[in-house]
Write a protein that binds this ligand. Structure first.
Ligand code: GDP
Ligand code: MG
Length: 167
């Protein structure tokens, strides 16, 4: 696959909401081709004339807040293997979470080898967007933090402008 974006991050940060915004009305493709892929969804999107495939990850056991380290490694591995650009999503409303730090630890060795964009979702207001600077503490390089709202679309254009630069 070419021009592939993977969205990774702990549960409830808004990965699927962003996926749905990027894919829009288009139906998911290549879904559930095997047990191995049952916890991710693939869809098509486009931005300024560039087509891409977006992968939504997750699919943890419903009703459980636990993610095991193995689950994080699995998500990161698929993102690194399959994606041209990885979106590491955190929750600007909730602030830095322990599981964000675990994801950051697993992703950090890939910095500089694969574009990993830190995306602070739920930045519905300017105040929350400004507060997203706290995520620099995750040490995901000195790159920009993309403060977005998957719910109202704020910042998603700027994020996609950067994403397609890597295609
Ligand atoms: P996932 O587990 O990472 O896939 O997260 P979901 O996409 O299922 O979203 C988790 C919750 O966050 C849902 O209740 C969403 O409606 C909410 N949510 C997602 N994006 C936003 C956002 O930009 N702003 C706000 N306020 N809520 C959001
Ligand atoms: Mg989800």
């Amino acid at each position: 696959m070419s021009n592939t974006i993977a969205i990774v991050g702990r549960p409830n940060v808004g990965k699927s909401t962003l996926f749905n915004r990027l894919v829009g009305q288009r139906k998911a493709i290549m879904d559930n081709e095997s047990g191995v892929t049952r916890d991710r969804h693939y869809g098509h999107g486009d931005w300024i004339g560039k087509n891409f495939v977006v992968i939504d990850t997750g699919g943890y056991v419903h009703g459980s807040d636990d993610i095991f380290e193995g689950e994080i490694r699995k998500q990161v591995k698929l993102a690194i293997d399959e994606a041209d650009v990885v979106l590491f999503m955190v929750d600007a409303d909730a602030g830095v979470h322990g599981l964000d730090e675990e994801f950051a630890q697993v992703l950090r060795p890939y910095l500089g080898k694969k574009p990993i964009l830190l995306v602070a979702n739920k930045a519905d207001t300017n105040a929350r967007a400004h507060a997203s600077g706290e995520f620099y503490a995750l040490g995901m390089g000195d790159g920009e933090i993309f403060a977005i709202s998957s719910a109202n679309g704020h910042g998603t254009g700027e994020l996609l402008d950067e994403v397609v630069r890597h295609f």
